[in-house]
Design a binder for this molecule. Sequence first.
Ligand SMILES: [Zn+2]
Length: 282
Amino acid sequence: MPELPDLEILKEALKSRILGREVVSARALRPGINKTTTPLLDELSGRAFTDVSRRGKYLVISLRPTLHLVVHLMLAGRFVLCKSKTQITKATGLQITFSDGEDLRLIENGSIKLVKVHLVSDPLEVSGIASAGAEPLSSGFTLQALSEMAHGRRCHAKKLLTDQRMIAGIGSAYADEILFAARISPVRYVSTLLGDELERLHYSIVGVLSEAIDEIRSRIGNSLFTDDIRDFLKVYRRTGEPCPVCGTKIAEIRYANTRTYYCPVCQAGGKALPDRRSWLTR
Ligand SMILES: [Zn+2]
């Protein structure tokens, strides 16, 4: 699933390709992909793209006169640019045709189709944007802001990082990386974090995300990529491999519907964390 660093790079790549281009037509190829009934996708015709921005895990693609196509790529959504005559595949959910004979298509491989788009006059009409929490790379996301967020809150550190209403844009993979960098257990209650731990957590949130953006950018340049680049991450999907800090084998637990990766020594006082699947639902 694309997270903040992936989406930042995708935003840049889309911007360099679609700004100023005029739409001739737009259509949904999968029923249900478009979550709004008005305005119709036909309203895109004759408008030009003016901006691409990101809020949490949403991309906001803006057009002139004012209209916004808000996209959530969910697990496997991807954009492709291709000639308009290129055959439409079953994976294609949305087709936007430009006046110059190219298409911007939103595709989603796999049998489960989850990608959502909203066509709105104001992005705040999308509930996930209206309720989105702090942007972790914004100037307002200070140590004090994080401390206030954690103060008295009875939830696990991983939940704080992945709850989009608290901090927007982080998913399971980067939450694990951030907690590893901060040497904090994913199931530590955030209300118990001490001053220096909150400082490390804040530093790691900003640092891990910023470094990931730089790394992904250096790897893919300005291409529209099709897979998330995750091989530089230190604990994500590295169960059984040595921790790059202490050499202990990286462990994993189930956390709600996802796997959580951590170092038992660096993050959990040398103990394996219990594997329980219902934490998030309690
Ligand atoms: Zn370690």
